[in-house]
Design a protein around this ligand. Structure first.
Ligand SMILES: [Mg+2]
Length: 116
């Protein structure tokens, strides 16, 4: 299987990979909306834990490779659970994201530089 990159990987492909991973292990019974949402939050906390009390991680250009890889692992865990939640909830993530960004744009209108 070819390695896919962010700029060419459809969300649908990732959702299918997550769904296949879950079904191949008969984990569907565990993957209900509540438990997936809890797991997603736990993974987000694991991501936060990496940054906790470390001012040295405020500069993204100065993060050691080992830490950068650990951050990537936790980001992936969050995304995996988000994709799994979208699978069980039948939520179109692209449509939901674009709809929410439109709401955000109305809530937080563009500002001209002189208003900053
Ligand atoms: Mg994790």
């Amino acid at each position: 299987m070819a390695i896919r990159e962010d700029d060419s990987t459809p969300i649908d492909y990732l959702k299918e990979r997550v769904e296949t991973f879950v079904t191949e292990r008969n984990w569907e019974r565990y993957h209900n909306p509540k438990d997936i949402a809890i797991a997603l939050s736990v993974e987000a906390s694991e991501l936060l834990d990496i940054f906790k009390w470390k001012d040295s991680l405020n500069d993204p250009t100065n993060i050691p490779t080992r830490t950068r890889n650990a951050i990537g692992d936790e980001m992936a865990d969050v995304l995996i659970y988000l994709l799994s939640l979208s699978n069980v909830m039948s939520v179109d993530l692209t449509q939901a994201t674009l709809r929410k960004m439109s709401k955000n744009a109305r809530k937080y209108p563009k500002r001209s530089p002189r208003n900053w």
